[in-house]
Design a protein around this ligand. Structure first.
Ligand code: WTA
Length: 665
């Protein structure tokens, strides 16, 4: 495997047909050359990152970032104690690193390429303009009472102002808490309350796929139950006639006019929180993962540089939304830290037609493209004729958020990339902050379906879930954990450190537990098998079955609910719900629709169950635990493999559930 990437053939010898080396054509069109000379250099540096992390990360942190004050201690704390900290005495500002240092050098360099929902409506924002706009909004936030350490909720569509809002928070040391604008009013309310945000940044309306979204209305609904919110900053996106609450709501365009276009960045300690991002876990309540400034920025910049092979002058396009971690790290932080142009895309891959992504790539000469497999499945199904562009500047095609099937990987490589780009299947999580297992473009050989090798500083362990022991060697399967802390790992769950310890660090003492199953093959490549907890992945969106169940139970007719994920050709997994109803209600299509609506209203449209089965009862153990495993088997048509059901409090419900599923299908 350790051959020089540049000289390697595109596809290796017959005995390892499935190994792809960095394409020769990618290296030929490269503006210079990849940051590493080949796999051997990766291996050398990787070893250093594991055996001498202080030396490795100290060097990278100084190389990639500009510190107001240097650090002396690279790393302290441990996974066992849950007190990990990095770059301790260091002082740094995220917005300075993302903007000022580039703006001072070259104010006219493009920072943001805004692709509006309508292909004709976009514009660009230079680093100089970004500095001015972020400074003004930073002043506005201060005028609304935001102080260093306060959290600010951001509920915005994918427009440049989302990036500006994020960086304005960072500039004054406020902690941004972005809530995906597809979340319902109830979900937004829960996040505003949990983070104790007193200021919300939003827009009048959103525009996506040709449709208007009543963004401000959702905020108004949410804030009805958030009495502590004192300020709402509203960006005028469409000019819709919306109500403004006096004394609370102010217009972005009116406020920014009042303030100067430069504000000095706040000096932040490396471990000061940079942001909260809520994610779903096994239990109902979403967790506010807290990321800190220095470590997170190092992770974002390092993975951007090495995994995506980002070089000066690149134009980076991540299709993820800033409401998710992918958008945080790879729409905003990684590309801007590295001083390149980032595409902010407001629309959908299907509007105005299935060529939209490819048109954007062609128009802006995009060099790296990054998206979830769910979008690729949709576009592959739509037909190759839509991929009509040459896209000859592309060098790297990234995949994220869910496993990518080999045939989709190959389609991406051949049809989209014309075999001239490297595919990087990147495995990571909201909690990890940046990539943890991923190939380095131009360097690491890849196998379709494998996220390949660990990033610097990540020491993976495959653990036997039964014994809790680490399984050493290759050709092994188990659950995935990491043995060492890394700079961009989340430090806590906001206001719930005990939950952080229980979910991630106490499951296997001394390890960080990912919640995913994984295999390590005979060459040490990692294959992510998917979640081993009650988390489902629908179109790359991470959802908690418990959260959806909690939403269903809010409906007056629901007695009990059990939600499981089932394999789905298009969305990866789909949500299926089993509901038992209270006496006095009759099963009907109308009722099923109401249940779906309940989830849409309570969480958001993206969490809506694809199927709802109304059943007389749920399969439960005598102690009352719902056996979701049985429901999964029934949906998979594996009724003959249910295993021992005699332990159920009422084994006869199984038959009834099977009938209900058959009737519905
Ligand atoms: C899954 C998204 C397979 C995994 C960045 C993880 C993946 C969860 C991959 C985190 C991948 C992410 N291959 N599965 N390349 N990347 N996952 O927090 O189950 O939204 O635990 O972060 O997505 O989802 P999250």
């Amino acid at each position: 495997m350790a051959q020089d990437a540049a000289k390697a053939p595109v596809v290796a010898e017959a005995h390892e047909v499935d190994t792809y080396h960095p394409p020769k054509k990618m290296l030929e069109k490269h503006p210079s050359k990849p940051h590493l000379s080949g796999l051997e250099e990766y291996q050398r540096l990787y070893k250093e990152s594991i055996t001498e992390p202080d030396k490795f990360w100290g060097r990278l942190a100084r190389e990639l970032l500009t510190w107001h004050k240097d650090f002396q201690t690279v790393r302290s704390g441990s996974l066992v104690n849950g007190d990990v900290a990095w770059f301790l005495e260091g002082e740094i500002n995220a917005s300075y690193n993302c903007i000022d240092r580039h703006a001072f050098k070259d104010p006219n360099r493009v920072a943001i390429i805004y692709e509006a929902d309508e292909p004709t409506d976009g514009r660009t924002v230079t680093y100089g303009e970004l500095l001015r706009e972020v400074s003004r909004v930073a002043y506005v936030l201060k005028s609304l009472g935001v102080r260093k350490g306060d959290t600010v909720a951001i509920y915005l569509p994918m427009i440049p102002e989302a990036v500006i809002a994020i960086l304005a928070c960072a500039r004054i040391g406020a902690v941004h808490s972005v809530v995906f604008a597809g979340f319902s009013a109830d979900s937004l309310r829960d996040r505003v309350l949990d983070a104790r945000s007193r200021v919300v940044i939003t827009a009048d309306e959103g525009k996506r796929g040709g449709k208007l979204i009543g963004t401000k209305k959702i905020v108004d609904d949410a804030l009805r139950q958030c009495p502590d919110v004192t300020g709402v900053l509203v960006f005028k996106r469409t000019g819709a006639d919306i109500p403004m609450t006096k004394g609370r709501d102010v217009w972005w365009h009116e406020e920014v006019e009042k303030w100067p276009a430069y504000m000095a960045p706040e000096r932040m300690s490396a471990e000061d929180p940079l942001f909260l991002l809520y994610t779903s876990g096994s239990t109902g309540k979403p967790k506010g993962m807290m990321h800190t400034t220095g470590g997170y920025l190092v992770g974002a910049a390092a993975t951007g540089k090495y995994v995506f092979d980002i070089h000066d002058g690149d134009r980076f396009f991540c299709g993820g939304d800033v409401g998710w971690i992918t958008g945080h790290t790879y729409v905003v932080y990684a590309p801007l830290l590295l001083g390149v142009s980032t595409v902010v895309f407001e629309g959908t891959p299907a509007y105005p037609n299935f060529s939209r992504y490819w048109d954007i790539i062609e128009k802006h000469k995009v060099t790296q493209f990054y998206v979830a497999p769910t979008a690729l499945r949709l576009l592959k199904r739509a037909g190759d004729q839509h991929v009509r562009n040459e896209m000859k500047h592309l060098r790297v095609l990234g995949s994220v958020g869910e496993p990518i099937a080999a045939e989709v990987w190959k389609w991406y490589f051949e049809v989209v990339g014309k075999e001239e780009s490297q595919i990087v299947d990147t495995y990571w999580q909201t909690e990890t902050g940046s990539h943890v297992i991923a190939p380095l473009a131009g360097v690491t050989p890849t196998k379709p379906g494998s996220a390949s090798l660990p990033f610097f500083g990540i020491e993976p362990a495959i653990i036997d879930p039964v014994s809790g022991e680490e399984i050493h060697g290759n050709d092994v399967e188990g659950v995935l954990a990491f043995k060492q802390p890394w700079p961009s790992m989340a430090r806590t769950v906001w206001g719930a450190h005990k939950r952080y310890m229980e979910t991630y660090l106490n499951v296997y003492k001394g390890y960080y537990f990912t919640g995913d199953g994984a295999g390590r093959d005979h060459e040490g490549f990692y294959w992510i098998r998917g979640r081993v907890d009650d988390v489902v992945n629908v179109s790359g969106h991470r959802l908690s079955t418990a959260e959806i169940e909690a939403a269903l139970i809010e409906h007056a007719a629901v007695a009990e609910a059990a939600v499981v994920g089932v394999a789905d050709e298009l969305t990866g997994q789909a949500v299926n719900a089993f509901v038992s109803i209270k006496d006095g209600n009759e099963p009907s299509d109308a009722l099923r629709k109401e249940f779906i609506l309940q989830v849409r209203r309570s969480i958001g449209p993206f969490a809506a169950p694809k199927a709802v089965y109304i059943v007389p009862d749920l399969p439960k153990t005598r102690s009352g635990k719902i056996m979701r495993r049985i429901l999964r088997k029934i949906l998979a048509g594996e009724e003959d493999q249910l295993g021992d059901i005699t332990t159920l409090s009422d084994p006869s419900v199984v038959e009834k559930i099977i009938n209900a599923v058959h009737e519905a299908k």
